[in-house]
Design a protein around this ligand. Structure first.
Ligand code: GLN
Length: 463
């Protein structure tokens, strides 16, 4: 099978189903075929492929800059913007001869849990198109579930790779913070944002992880450490032997507010891990209860600062209502027209939380909770090798069901947010279908910083 054949068949699949799924905001047909032809020519000439993923088609979340290819972040503000540079993730994919099929749909600036906050229409869940695929990387997850791409890249600030993975029955990985460069990842909440691989199998995710991961001098928060040996771990895990591994079930992630079908699937997953030889213990992380509240102060605070760059002078949309507008008028008219409701809500919350007089009460308290959550993880990882929980409290909800209720939307990330606050690693692997509604459920596997390989081993053993 040549890369051109594989690429063409995925482009055809996109042409066939994407009017219904809306996973792609931009399809890069010519560029994709040109890369595929180059890979085929290299192989025909006996040259060694640039990477194990050379010639493999991929979808890239539209929050990562792509030189010469539009990048909108799901926002009107950046409609028509063509970045003059590649994100490090993009550069690494190009150097590995991965075929970039196009840019995937997302909640505006990655703020959301359903992809309904995209200015370009919601993405639909291929399992049931009346339902959401999760978010914010819903396009990247739906593209996998609809077989529009075999691998994609998403980003995860509070759960945006893992929760869509769970809701679409695919694998989604949030690497250790600093494990994948943020250079060229349009910032939402810089201390939490992390790009990660999305795939249909744990091994595919591992292969992609090794292509996009590693130290980058262009990102000051990039870890100066080798990429954990995730491919080797995924291959080892495939043998299905977890003897000697200690697994902790987090007491606080379950119970009230979770669908019974999700809890039953989780209990069955824990039984399976036990059957594979793991030692299972319950571990309490008491401060996880406050993680969601802390996140919704920290993330909006950072977003209010990061999104100040969209001042209508440097990028994208510029609105003026007559010839006499000054810079301030143009800025406020453009921001009013360019940002959606959720983005505005966050900018207002963040600006308030950071304002003099409220800073200590809100942002300061949230940072303290962040330290306590990190300590809970440290104490837990003294006792066990990995922690597990459901990835999300519910299966895929209906399009429109939560749009007017931000709190219920925010609760979708109850289980995923603690990991972002601590900067550790976590992934979601498919855990069958709920016996309640027949929709996919995800198992979340969490691991300490730079022990990403550990969760890949467990994920591969489990899947
Ligand atoms: N759903 C969360 C939010 O809206 C997480 C988003 C993300 O991880 N990018 O902020």
């Amino acid at each position: 099978l040549s890369s051109v054949e594989v690429t063409r068949s995925h482009l055809e699949r996109i042409a066939k189903v994407d009017s219904e799924i809306n996973a792609f905001l931009h399809v890069e047909t010519e560029g994709a075929l040109a890369t595929a032809e180059k890979v085929d020519a290299d192989i025909a000439a006996g040259r060694r492929p640039a990477s194990p993923l050379a010639g493999v088609p991929l979808g890239l979340k539209d929050v990562l800059t792509t030189k010469g290819i539009p990048t909108t972040c799901g926002s009107r503000t950046l409609e028509g913007w063509i970045p003059p540079y590649d994100a490090t993730v993009t550069r690494k994919l190009r150097e590995a001869d991965v075929v970039v099929l196009g840019k995937t749909n997302m909640d505006e600036f990655a703020m959301g849990s359903s992809t309904e906050n995209s200015a370009y229409g919601p993405t639909r869940n291929p399992w049931d198109t009346t339902r959401v695929p999760g978010g914010s990387s819903g396009g990247s997850a739906a593209a996998l579930a609809a077989f529009q791409a075999p691998v994609t890249v998403g980003t995860d600030t509070g759960g945006s790779v893992r929760q869509p993975g769970a809701l679409t029955g695919t694998v989604g990985v949030k690497p250790t913070y600093g494990g994948v460069s943020r250079y060229g990842l349009v910032a939402f909440s810089s201390s939490l944002d992390q790009a990660g691989p999305c795939a249909r199998t744990v091994l595919d995710a591992a292969l992609l992880h090794e292509v996009i991961g590693g130290h980058d001098p262009m990102d000051s928060t990039s870890l100066n450490a080798p990429v954990p040996p995730v491919v080797e771990a995924a291959r080892r895990g495939a043998s299905g032997d977890l003897r000697g591994l200690r697994v902790g079930v987090v007491t606080e992630l379950g119970g009230e507010g979770y669908q019974p079908g999700v809890l039953r699937s989780f209990a069955a997953a824990v039984d399976t891990l036990r059957e594979l030889g793991a030692e299972v213990a319950e571990v309490s992380c008491p401060n996880f209860e406050y993680a969601l509240s802390a996140y919704y102060l920290i993330a909006p605070s950072e977003c209010s600062s990061n999104l100040a760059r969209f001042d209508a002078m440097r990028y994208g949309l510029r609105v003026a209502d007559d010839g006499t507008n000054g810079a301030d008028d143009v800025m406020s008219l453009s921001r009013e027209a360019g940002f959606g409701a959720e983005v505005k809500r966050r900018i207002i919350i963040g600006t308030y939380a950071l304002s003099a007089g409220y800073y200590d009460a809100y942002y300061g308290s949230a940072q303290k909770v962040r330290s306590l959550v990190t300590r809970d993880f440290d104490a837990a990882y003294d006792q066990v090798d990995v922690l597990v929980s459901p990835t999300a409290p519910t299966t895929a909800f209906r399009v429109g069901e939560r749009v007017d209720d931000p709190m219920s939307m925010y609760r979708a990330d109850l289980c995923t947010i603690p990991t972002n606050l601590a900067g550790t690693a976590a992934m979601s692997v498919p855990s069958g279908l709920s016996d309640e509604d027949g929709l996919p459920v995800g198992l979340q596997i969490m691991a300490p910083a730079l022990a990403d390989d550990r969760m890949y081993e467990v994920g591969a053993a489990y899947e």
